[in-house]
Design a protein around this ligand. Structure first.
Ligand SMILES: [Zn+2]
Length: 130
């Protein structure tokens, strides 16, 4: 329960902060013509709120990792709650049922770019050159 809450909060945190800043921009833009002091105050506030926003995101990430790791230790998928078989091993915990992947730290596993690129494109480029 707590793990799902923090995972969802973490997944949507960046977009939520972005939308909040966009709304603040709209208020500041209108304030430019009506009350310029509001715009100046909001510009200064936005700069000083960046650090707490990043720190809050880091704290949410840490809580999400902390609540995910017990599931990985028990061999249960944090996303679909299915008990995993013997294939559930580090360095990447990949669920056999929902294909969700997690790092041992509890972070959702993100494959690097070279692994996700289709092999055929690289071969085509070398064939054209030669
Ligand atoms: Zn799963």
């Amino acid at each position: 329960m707590l793990q799902r809450f923090f995972a969802a909060l973490r997944a949507h945190y960046g977009m939520t902060v972005f939308v909040l800043y966009l709304c603040a921009f709209g208020i500041a833009f209108v304030g430019t013509f009506t009350l310029p002091l509001i715009s100046i105050f909001m510009v200064l506030l936005s700069i000083f709120l960046l650090v707490p926003a990043v720190l809050l995101g880091d704290a949410i990430g840490a809580l999400s990792r902390r609540t995910t790791r017990p599931y990985l230790r028990r061999g249960v998928c944090p996303q679909c709650r299915e008990q995993q078989g013997p294939a559930w091993e580090p360095p990447v915990y990949r669920c056999a049922f929902c294909q969700a992947a997690f790092d041992p730290t509890g972070d959702p596993h993100e494959p690097d770019d070279s692994a996700s690129r289709p092999q055929g494109q690289a071969n085509l480029a070398t064939n054209d050159a030669g």
